[in-house]
Ligand binder design. Sequence first.
Ligand SMILES: [Fe+2]
Length: 327
Amino acid sequence: MSSDIPTIDFGRFERSEKDGTQLASEIDAALSTVGFLHLVNHGIEQGKIDESFQWVRAKSRKFFSLSPTDKESMYPRSEAYDCGYVSLGQEKVRGKNCMKECVDINGSSGGEMDRILPGFHGFMVQFHQECAILIQKLLKCLSVALGLGDEDALGQHHTDSLFNLNLIHYPEVAAEQLRSGSAVRLPAHSDPGSLTLLFQQKVGGLEIADMSSTCETATVKVEQTAKFIAVEPQPATILVNVGYLLMRWSNGRWKNTVHRVMAPPVSGNTDSVDTVPERYSTAFFSFPGPDTVIEPLDACISVENPRRWAPIIAGKYLRKKISSMYS
Ligand SMILES: [Fe+2]
């Protein structure tokens, strides 16, 4: 069913201006309908992506195999910058504790990093920079798609101080716990910022709502009424999706699609599967700068689609969102 998510060949970005307009309109179409797209030839070497997963795998005795004390010493939690280590069950989505641990890395450094896991932070900062460059390229395409007259119209509001590289580990869990709902990996939600890049390894579990299968827009209602589609991890591909602020900025043109992480699909009788294997994924979250006023762009307002939202300040919205996740 993942064929429902369009695949975009981003190799054309560097090649020609003429093709750039076509590329921009394909990205625009994908984000206006599904809200997600698969990006291939995206410019981030597969070797780097593979290495990023090798640095975190618990079984490779890397980041997630460290003691909670060491993980917290390397990355103390800072809600002001939405970064640091989040232990198993600490993150809540609509009151449900998530069966995952993760670390948000925003590029700043501390003293304990290299003493505990030499080389880890340096690699991740570089990976963060590569993701930030890709985000800027995608924002150029979106600016072109809207005909904003300046290809940096959206990108200029994205200082990467709030960009976060979020490394996630979902431990192995008894299948019965996920089936009964006594444990949940990541409940239905939508992302808060601008664009998210998602890197997945072989263990799936991500599902996105088919927003055309429901009339609802609120997350809880969407979860109750929509059909969800499993997104199988695709080799050499980055999954891109739209966050809430970008949806608001585009006056609803780009869809802030609801998604969740469940047990990965299995063939045959699911009752015979006792344990769900651990899953690693990496999300790169981009946000507008904290002082940015997010209000529907004139280019997205028309008689048929009048202004849908009042202005909000990006940083104020995000602080509220983050505090609700950890309180
Ligand atoms: Fe998400």
